[in-house]
Ligand binder design. Structure first.
Ligand SMILES: CC(C)(COP(=O)(O)OP(=O)(O)OC[C@H]1O[C@@H](n2cnc3c(N)ncnc32)[C@H](O)[C@@H]1OP(=O)(O)O)[C@@H](O)C(=O)NCCC(=O)NCCS
Length: 164
């Protein structure tokens, strides 16, 4: 069973051990690089399985300021990954499925979450679709490693969330 927590300094040593396979580096980079982009608005999170840190992601609370395509009051899921030794065991899918509940509790004023996923990363795109994200059928061209699909999900299926 997976568990999501905000990352604090007590997680740092474990988080620094996380890594993806060499061929996956272009999609997220190294954990050292990712942590440099974390701050009070772009908040780091850890994914636990039975007390072990297996993965990581950032929640960007000012996503619309960084990305023109995003609506106001939206969050962004960034740098999501499962460490290579824990991949293929369903942990990513469990984490993505657990995310809306966690976000609703933690960020109650935000109604939508976006992400971008590289067009050359079909495994991740499939994961997000299985986790309930929708393809907006638009591409983001500002990333360093080629075009990316823009996906979104209502955090709470509330009437009007689409119009915010
Ligand atoms: C994408 C990633 C998070 C998937 O993590 P994971 O824990 O291995 O995924 P899961 O075991 O939960 O599998 C979830 C789904 O991903 C897909 N998937 C996972 N591994 C796969 C593989 N080797 N081949 C094809 N599809 C695969 C499947 O659709 C799977 O669903 P299913 O179990 O119903 O078939 C992981 O590969 C990763 O960290 N990659 C590098 C970083 C990255 O690309 N992040 C995304 C940035 S947008």
């Amino acid at each position: 069973m997976i568990h999501i927590e905000k990352m604090t300094t007590r997680h740092l040593a474990d988080v620094l051990l996380l890594s993806v396979a060499d061929e996956q580096q272009r999609f997220v980079g190294s954990i050292e690089e990712i942590l440099k982009s974390a701050n009070a608005q772009i908040r780091p999170h850890v994914i636990f399985v039975e007390g072990i840190v297996v993965g990581f992601f950032l929640i960007d609370t000012i996503y619309a300021k960084h990305f023109d395509f995003a609506k106001k009051h939206s969050l962004g899921l960034r740098s999501f990954f499962i460490s290579k030794e824990f991949q293929g065991r369903g942990f990513a899918k469990q984490a993505i499925l657990a995310l809306p509940h966690y976000l609703k509790e933690t960020f109650p004023t935000h109604s939508i979450i976006y992400l971008t996923v590289n067009c050359q990363n079909p495994v991740a795109k499939e994961l997000y679709l299985k986790g309930g994200f929708e393809d907006t059928n638009n591409l983001y061209h500002g990333g360093p490693a080629g075009p990316q699909h823009i996906l979104m999900k209502a955090i709470e299926p509330s009437i009007g969330a689409e119009n915010e």
